[in-house]
Structures are given as C-alpha cells and as structure tokens.
Design a protein around this ligand. Sequence first.
Ligand SMILES: [Zn+2]
Length: 310
Amino acid sequence: MGLNKEGLKKNSIGRDLFEFKEGVNLLRVLPPDMKYFMEDIDYIAHRYLTHWGIGPEGAPPVTCARSQDDSNSCPICDKIRVLKRNPAFEKVVNDIYPRSRYLLNVLDVNAPEKGVQWMETGPKIYREILKYALDPEYGDILDLDKGRNFKVTYTPGSKHSSGYNQYDTIPSASESSVRSLLTEGWKTKVAGLFESMRTPPSIEELEELARSIDSPIMDELPPSKPKTQQAPSPQTSPTLQEVQVDALPEGSIKEDAVKVVESKQSPLDQSSQTQSSEKPCFGKQFSLSESTCKACARRGDCMVEFTRAM
Ligand SMILES: [Zn+2]
C-alpha cells in the first residue's frame, strides 16, 4: 500500500525522454535492447498503446491493457467498441482510440555527452526510420560501426501552415561509427528502454476510467427526439447493426490507431443484458432531460442501448 514513487515517476508526463530541438537534429538510432548484440532481432523499437483524452484535462495518456498482448481485456477498448455503434460518439471515440507509441534508443550525435536517450514517438517518425531499416541498400542501420545517422528536421506546428508539428526524416548518405561517442553506462541505458514504458493501470482502475467516459459525452449529446420522429429510412440511414466498426472519420485515426477486435458479443453487451433485466427502463426509456436518467450510473450504456433499439 502507498505511493510507489518510482512508478509515479515512470508514469508521469515528465519522463526523461529525448526531445527534438527546432531545426536539424542528427540522431543515431541504437538497438532497442542488448539482445541485438547476442542474436538477430526483428524489431527496432518497443511499441505500446495509449488512450488519450481520458480523465481530467491535461492528464497523461492511459496505457492500454492490450499493449503487450492483444488478447488482454481492456475496459476502455471495450467501451469504445460499444460507443462506436452510435455516430453521436464519433468524436469521443476518435479522441480515446488506442494509438501506437514507439520507444527507441537514440544518440544525439551533436550532443553525445547526453548519452543514450530514450525517444518516444508516434507512427510517422517510426515508419520513416523503419522504411530505411528494411531497405537492403541501407544495410543494418543499428550497427554501431556501420550504421547510419538520421537527419530529422523539426518544425513546430506554430511555424507551419498546417498547425501541426512537422518532422522530415532522411538518413545520412554514408555509414559511420558512433562507438567512440558512447559514454559510460550506455549499455545500461540501452537495456532499460523496455522498462521505461508506461505500465497500464490495474483492471479496476481502467474500469473506473472507462465509467468516467460517459459524463462529458452526455453533456455534448443533442437532445433525443421522440421515437415517432426517428424511424430511419433504410435507404439513407444504416441500422446500427450495419454501421461498420471501423467506420471512423477519414484522416482522424488513420493507421495510427489499432483496430479493436470485434467479438460477436462483448463483455459489456452481456453486462448490459444482465443489468437490463434488473432495471425495466434500461434501454427502453431515455431522455437527457429526465432527472432519473441524469442520476443513473448506467446512463451512457442505457443511451447506447436505447439508440440501438430505435
Ligand atoms: Zn485499451
């Protein structure tokens, strides 16, 4: 019991990670662990999944319980699976969708005294580096003696017309050695990359976070209309069963997001059915203006069920 300060430090947003400086950064990607020096490995980074937009504003992302094993149960992913059935939740689903993060060992070639640093990045930079790692013409980019540096030009979103941070990644034309640039303890740092990953909260904590998703959503929903006005036209409005689970807005999650495995009946569906038998109104009567509904702890699931039944 009590506060695990090491865990807190590791999970806080202020982890000691490599940060790009504006302009040109000269990086060397180093092996993701020491196994590389003993046998062939088939990865250059450690990947994990994060849910953003959960909890209070500015809270760090929540690590998905499926990060290391897709067969694990993640209450937030389960919640997304249910919310995806209703277009009204599109924005929220997009916000909290699990997104890939990649951890790489890097050396700042222009500041080698900083030693090996851990870099956490999204898919764009990772895929750029991966592209060259896979290209036979570029050899083994991780090799300390015959690998290649990468020139990454960083333009902050505030200085780019798109408003988003830009990273332009190109490999050096020639091979080089960085062995003489490595400082004492570099092996320990290389070996520690995997452990630097944010660990997922407990299942109980994830369940609590999943439950908290409802409240802000409910405030954003338009008032529900009487049932008689909502009979959908089969030609123009697909039924909820017909809505594709991956039908999210173009350009919103792209390949960054990870598909949620869709089972025929999610644990949440089963729970809804069980609890609906306890509450006769569950999924049958719902209104944002009803004080009973406002006070109900299951109003989010009820609204989904209610919409589905329309
Ligand atoms: Zn998840």
